[in-house]
Every structure is written in structure tokens, then in C-alpha cells.
Design a protein around this ligand. Structure first.
Ligand code: NDP
Length: 318
């Protein structure tokens, strides 16, 4: 399977596993890379020494390319960047910040840089900043999300119209048919998060993985927009946020309820009541927990079936 994305990263399939907080350490990233996709280590939930450990272990666990995702409002950013240079990491995905700040520094070190965006405006800004590719992430996605609320179905073609560099679609994609749809809209690769949460190698707590499998359509909501918009499972913590909204809470009161390390509590420690459980709308299509390699294979197999079915469609021309 060839696209500008497979050649940019030197991978077999244009499937990128999203770098997710508390979920994507070296075990998941190396499993996805070994299966022919691109695994990403999620630096957002790692202190610098933890990140260094995961980068070193990932190098031992795979000979294939892998990368790291860095949220640009991470507190120890300079230290993290130094580690990335020291460990000679060659692929960096940046998100949640201005791509102008670090892209050229990464490029000078021979690093391929990809920026995650949720709007056309930021896609254009990222291209101007010199990134090599864009991930455009729609409203369906789990975790932190854009304020624009553009769905993947609308965002991908709108971004495609305005940029020339390769485009990776994200948000709501977990299957081969989803991947085909994203590519029909103009993407050359897909970034998949939620499906890999429910993988054997993900570092998410077993309780959270089971909850993802149980989540149906309508089971998540994009909330806390006054702080950082985040898509969550509608558990008790989420219901408590809603009660505060109904009572006309201030931003300060929302911050106090959120407190610190809720995402860790929910996704890593498995507290399904008090924790923040970040997952995408596509959880409704995730029915089991499997090894990452089986997930990649299932997506590719389905993609091929859909491709054949589409080529069998009769033509609409008279
Ligand atoms: P909080 O402020 O609530 O808590 C900080 C959490 O991050 C703690 O659990 C802490 O672990 C952990 N952590 C990891 N590295 C550091 C560090 N260098 N300094 C301080 N804490 C660190 O933040 P959140 O849990 O909401 O978010 C943490 C990070 O994850 C942020 O960088 C954020 O951008 C990113 N994030 C990204 C998301 C996405 O979808 N892209 C979604 C959610 C978060 P400990 O408890 O062990 O101290």
C-alpha cells in the first residue's frame, strides 16, 4: 500500500497509532510499528526520565520507524526536546501549540515533523511553519479536541483544499471502511487512537479497556470547553461536571472539580467513577480487546474488502 505517508515514514501501511496520554508507551508503539504501521509514544503523561526509558525500550523492541507525540504545552518541554535529540528520534508529532516555535529546530536535527490540528487555519499555519505533514482531527476524536467542532467528514476535504503537504485523517476512524472513507475524502493516511486503547499492549487500565468495549453510540461527550475541550465517557465524574454546569458554575469551580491528575486516575489507575475517561465516539464500534498486530491486520483486510466492493459498484454515468 503506497501513499506519500508510507514513503514519508518508510512504513508498510498508512496507519498511525495516536500518541495518547496514559495509553501509548513503548509496548503499544513498538507493536504497531512491528505490524507495519507507525507507533507513537505519548509523551504528554510522561515525566522526562519516564519518556527516556520508553524511547530506549522502543528502540530495543522494534527495528521499524516509530515516533513520539508531544503536546506543546507540556511543562518540561525543553528537557523533553533535549531527550529526543539525544535519543536520535526521527519522527515527532506536535499538538496543542504553535508549530512555529519548534518545527525548524526539529528539522535542523533531521526530524520529520507532523502537526495535529483541528481547523483549516491551523493546518495552513503549520504548513507555513514547515511541517512535513498534517494530522487533521475531527470532533469525533477522544481526549483533547478543537473548539471548532468540525467533524472529520467535513474537516478533511476542507483542509485538503488548502494545503499541499500530505494529510492524515483522525477522529472516528477505527476500521478499514473508516480508513477508506477518510482516503476518499483526500487523506493519505489515518491516525487511529481509540481502537488501540482496547489493545493488549496499551497501558490503559483493564477496567478502562473493558469500559471502552462496553461504550455505545451516545456514550461520550465533548465537555469542559471553558478549560480544555475534552471528549469523555459519560461516567459519574462527567455527570458531576454536568451538575455544575446546570448550577451555573464559574470556570474556577470547574477547575476545582477537575483537580489534578483525573486522566491518570481514570485511564491508568482504572477508577471508572471518579476518573476522566477519554475516548472517541467510535468506541461504539470497538467490541473486543486484541493484540495491536491483529487490529492492524483487521483494518487492512477490511480496507481491501471495501476497496473491491467499491470497484464493483456500477457507474452512475449514462
Ligand atoms: P493534570 O495537570 O491534571 O495532571 C498532570 C498529570 O500529568 C499527572 O497525572 C502527572 O503524573 C502527569 N505528568 C506527566 N509528566 C508531567 C510533568 N512533567 N509535570 C507534571 N505532571 C506530569 O494534567 P492532565 O492529566 O489533564 O494532562 C497532563 C498532560 O497530558 C498535559 O501535557 C496534556 O496536554 C496532556 N493531555 C493530552 C491529551 C490529548 O488528547 N492530546 C488529553 C489529556 C491530556 P503524576 O500524577 O504521576 O504526577
Amino acid at each position: 500500500m503506497f501513499s506519500r505517508i508510507t514513503s514519508l515514514f518508510n512504513i508498510k501501511y498508512p496507519i498511525i497509532q495516536a500518541g495518547m496520554v496514559w495509553v501509548s508507551g513503548y509496548k503499544l508503539a513498538s507493536a504497531v510499528s512491528n505490524a507495519g504501521g507507525l507507533g507513537l509514544i505519548g509523551a504528554g503523561s510522561m515525566y522526562p526520565d519516564v519518556l527516556k526509558y520508553h524511547l530506549q525500550q522502543c528502540k530495543k523492541a522494534t527495528n521499524r520507524p516509530f515516533g513520539v507525540n508531544i503536546p506543546l504545552f507540556y511543562p518540561d518541554l525543553e528537557e523533553v526536546i533535549e531527550i529526543i535529540f539525544q535519543e536520535k528520534i526521527k519522527i515527532v508529532f506536535t499538538s496543542a501549540g504553535n508549530p512555529k516555535l519548534y518545527t525548524q529546530r526539529f528539522k535542523e536535527e533531521g526530524i520529520t515533523v507532523v502537526q495535529v490540528v483541528s481547523s483549516v487555519k491551523f493546518a495552513q499555519k503549520s504548513e507555513e511553519a514547515g511541517v512535513d505533514a498534517i494530522v487533521a482531527e475531527g470532533f469525533e476524536a477522544g481526549g483533547h479536541n478543537g473548539r471548532e467542532e468540525s467533524t472529520t467528514f467535513t474537516l478533511i476535504p476542507m483542509v485538503k483544499e488548502k494545503i499541499n503537504i500530505p494529510l492524515i485523517a483522525a477522529g472516528g476512524i477505527a476500521t478499514g471502511s473508516g480508513m477508506m472513507a477518510a482516503m476518499a475524502l483526500g487523506a493519505e493516511g489515518v491516525q487511529i487512537g481509540s481502537r488501540f486503547v482496547a489493545s493488549v499492549e496499551s497501558s490503559a487500565h483493564q477496567n478502562f479497556k473493558n469500559m471502552v468495549v462496553e461504550t455505545k453510540d451516545g456514550g461520550t461527550d465533548l465537555t469542559l470547553k471553558e478549560l480544555t475541550p475534552v471528549r469523555l465517557i459519560k461516567n459519574e465524574f462527567y455527570q458531576n461536571v454536568q451538575k455544575l454546569y446546570q448550577a451555573g458554575a464559574s470556570v474556577e469551580e470547574l477547575k476545582n472539580l477537575l483537580g489534578r491528575a483525573r486522566a491518570k486516575k481514570g485511564m491508568f489507575e482504572g477508577d471508572l467513577v471518579e476518573g476522566e475517561l477519554e475516548i472517541g465516539q467510535v468506541a461504539g464500534l470497538i467490541h473486543n480487546i486484541k493484540p495491536a498486530a491483529d487490529i492492524v491486520k483487521e483494518i487492512i483486510d477490511e480496507f481491501e474488502i471495501v476497496r473491491k466492493n467499491i470497484s464493483n459498484l456500477s457507474s452512475f454515468s449514462i
